[in-house]
Design a protein around this ligand. Structure first.
Ligand code: SAM
Ligand code: SF4
Length: 440
């Protein structure tokens, strides 16, 4: 088989997967392959998969079916690689299910991608690598980022929390932090290449530093990155409420580059459900965390994740979830129906709920939050916000960017503002974005 020249990556799931795709793209480009705009133009297609909920898994299997059908039709040669969480979960079972798959590569094995491609070419047999490189967090894998302003930077991999519904610890392994000096070196090199905003990625960024040879906490990491010239904004996802420290609240308050915005998944408003989820905080402790945050940083923007229809969730439990949404008044939420995941403890809990009940509850959550979000967005009208200008808006005609609170904002202005920080006065607010006038 001659060497391949082009590739296309389809990414499912979260920012971590998006970033892993950037890394795989970086590896392939360093080998001389070029990205193809569509599957039809590519000699290699990578499906970077997500297994967090059943729906994400179904989407992947239908895409894989389509690709398998394409392969071999009209003599089309195409190498199919499956990466990400489903690759890790299914391993070689994927080959028996879909024999057209050539490579199966787990999230902690992507540094071996080129080697695997060569192995496939030379040996002629499909290659499966899901063993998980124990040194992955020490590896400097190139990343091909498409945005020239904002960059994701992983600071840790895996998770030790074992929430009873969640498949992540089984597929992404135990928590491993990247050494501080590697992260700082990556951020410096991004700043040198013109990047202005960094988003640190990890399943539980607040516990960054566990197990590092040279101890370092997450707030200490933020302090060090604050000193990197050229970087104007620092964001991070995701924070576990149990590990929200006084140090982190202080860092958001005191470090000018750390944006006043935090994603703090509450999941449920019922203590009974939170305990069954193994979240290890109560709804009152969560409220107290939010109070401390808002006392210290009144303008903080707060977003969350909600799961409805967890096994055993009764009407009263669900009412408490609606209550916490009303009490806290999140800026935005992400809400999901509980989905059964392989190997997780929640599978064996009593009281699994019918799909229709979950559906109804999800609709109620969305309806309530829609009002709250619109009301909160309207509270910004009249205020002046700092915006990092990202370029022309999707619809065209205006510029677009994000506030420090991570709200999308559109306004008229000259194109050469791309990449600058400007002040914009908010004139109106919709459910998903703000509109404003550039301040002189
Ligand atoms: N590590 C983060 C945390 O603890 O908040 C988030 C990880 S997960 C990729 C993102 C969200 O997916 C979770 O916060 C949770 O709301 C949701 N999720 C995870 N497993 C789920 C499941 N089995 N069913 C429904 N939603 C789920
Ligand atoms: Fe999953 Fe919980 Fe870990 Fe988040 S903290 S990745 S929800 S186990």
């Amino acid at each position: 088989m001659p060497p391949m020249k082009s590739f296309h990556i389809i990414t499912f799931g979260c920012q971590m997967n998006e970033h892993d795709s950037e890394r795989m793209s970086g590896i392939l480009r360093s080998q001389g392959l070029v990205p193809a705009a569509t599957v039809d133009d590519a000699e290699m297609v990578i499906l970077n998969t997500c297994s967090i909920r059943e729906k994400a898994e179904q989407k992947f299997y239908s895409e894989l079916g389509r690709l398998a059908h394409l392969k071999g039709r009209d003599g089309k040669r195409i190498t199919i690689a499956v990466a990400g969480c489903i690759a890790q979960q299914e391993g070689s079972r994927l080959l028996s299910r879909t024999p057209s798959v050539d490579l199966v590569i787990g999230p902690s094995d992507i540094a071996r991608l080129s080697e695997m491609i060569e192995q496939r070419r030379d040996g002629g047999r499909p290659v499966v690598e899901t063993g998980g490189d124990p040194e992955y967090h020490h590896k400097l894998v190139p990343a091909a980022r498409t945005d020239g302003l904002k960059a994701w930077v992983s600071i840790m991999y895996g998770c030790d929390n074992f929430c009873t519904y969640c498949v992540v610890p089984y597929l992404r392994g135990r928590e491993r932090s990247r050494p501080l000096q590697d992260i700082i070196a990556e951020v410096r090199s991004l700043a040198d290449r013109g990047y202005r905003e960094i988003t640190f990625l990890g399943q539980n960024v607040n516990s960054y530093g566990k197990g590092l040879e040279a101890p370092c906490s997450f707030p200490e990491l933020l302090c060090q990155v604050q000193e990197v010239d050229g970087i104007e904004r620092i964001r991070f996802v995701t924070s576990h409420p149990r590990d929200l420290s006084v140090g982190l609240v202080g860092a958001i308050r005191d470090l000018p580059k750390v944006c006043e915005s935090i994603h703090l998944p509450v999941q449920s408003g019922s203590d009974r459900v939170l305990a069954a989820m193994n979240r290890r905080y109560t709804s009152d402790e969560y409220r107290e965390n939010v109070k401390q945050l808002r006392d210290a940083v009144p303008a903080v923007s707060l977003t969350t994740d909600i799961i409805v229809g967890f096994p055993g969730e009764d009407d009263e439990d669900f009412a408490m979830t609606l209550d916490i949404l009303r009490d806290i008044q999140f800026d935005t939420i992400f809400a999901f129906k509980y989905s059964k995941r392989p190997n997780t403890k929640a599978l064996d809990l009593p009281g699994h709920l019918p799909e229709q009940v979950k559906e109804d509850r999800l609709e109620q959550v969305f309806a309530l939050q829609k009002e709250i979000t619109l009301r909160k967005n309207r509270q910004h009208v009249g205020s002046v916000q700092e915006v990092l200008v990202e370029g022309e808006s999707r619809k065209g005609g205006t510029l677009t960017g994000r506030t420090r609170g991570n709200m999308a904002l559109n306004f008229a202005g000259p194109h050469n503002l791309k990449g600058s920080l400007v002040k914009v006065r908010i004139t109106s607010a919709g459910p998903n974005s703000l509109i404003g006038d550039l301040c002189e």
